[in-house]
Design a protein around this ligand. Structure first.
Ligand SMILES: [Mn+2]
Length: 251
């Protein structure tokens, strides 16, 4: 396994698509019992040693992308926060490397916010985004966190193709009435023993199916930011402080 990482951790709080919603993230981790330095915007620890896992799409669309990146980067260095790559994180990485990309769907907001930060912060952000694994495996293989989900056959492996599926998911080849590629409902086919926690597609409520759970509740679109607590399998969420960005389609 190269960019998929195996960790023996067992007490986790997994948070879906943050998209720059830093204030909601701080409220949520506060409710989860983490000790926070509000001045520095970082997590100092958890009394029970719990770890925070960010399920990708940390950036784009929302108001405080650099703050979310700072918390994730600091947390990674301190082994308190673990993150997987999402399609938006990958796109921002490519933009920071100088690639000309479509600035719609929130990339413009990320770049504008990062522009107000010193050059060394952008370099640190680039290095961090580049380091993100395709997916993470926890609890001796019983729990997988992957931004857009993962097929059972790919668990334990990694490749460029698998990384793309973890970030973007698969599509059916059809286009819906909003002009968007129809996402393949991979969870309907999932029969694995490992629980898969993912995001990528916003829902009004967390969606559980076949030992998978989608915890993207569309915070940046005025929904909620949700954490899935493992192994308790409980959910806790906070409402978005405002409607930050129009969703590509209603959810
Ligand atoms: Mn996504």
């Amino acid at each position: 396994m190269n960019r998929a990482q195996l960790l023996e951790l067992q007490q986790l709080d997994i948070v879906g698509d943050i998209h720059g919603c830093f204030d909601e993230l701080l409220s949520l981790v506060g409710l989860l019992g983490y000790e926070i330095s509000h001045d520095e915007g970082i997590i100092l620890g958890h009394p029970q040693g719990r770890k925070l896992v960010l399920a990708g799409d940390l950036v784009d669309r929302g108001p405080k992308v650099p703050e979310v990146l700072n918390l994730a980067m600091h947390g990674q260095q301190a082994s308190r926060v673990f993150s997987v790559v999402g399609n938006h994180d990958d796109k921002l990485l490519r933009a920071l490397k100088g690639k000309e990309l479509d600035l719609r769907h929130g990339l413009r907001e990320s770049l504008e916010q990062l522009d107000t930060h010193p050059e060394n912060f952008r370099v640190e952000a680039l290095t961090f985004l580049e380091s993100l694994p395709s997916y993470l495996v926890f609890d001796a293989g019983q729990l997988i966190v992957s931004h857009a989900g993962i097929d059972e056959e790919f668990i334990g492996q990694d490749s460029e193709k698998i990384r793309q599926i973890c970030m973007y998911g698969k599509t059916t080849g059809e286009v819906d009435e909003y002009g968007l590629c129809v996402r393949y409902p991979w969870a309907e086919d999932y029969k694995g023993e490992a629980m898969v926690v993912y995001g990528h597609t916003p829902n009004s409520n967390p969606a559980m199916l076949n030992n998978t759970i989608n915890i993207d509740t569309g915070c940046v679109f005025g929904g909620r930011l949700t954490a899935f607590r493992y192994p308790e399998k409980e959910m806790i969420s906070v409402p978005a402080h405002k409607f930050y960005f129009s969703p590509p389609k209603p959810f």
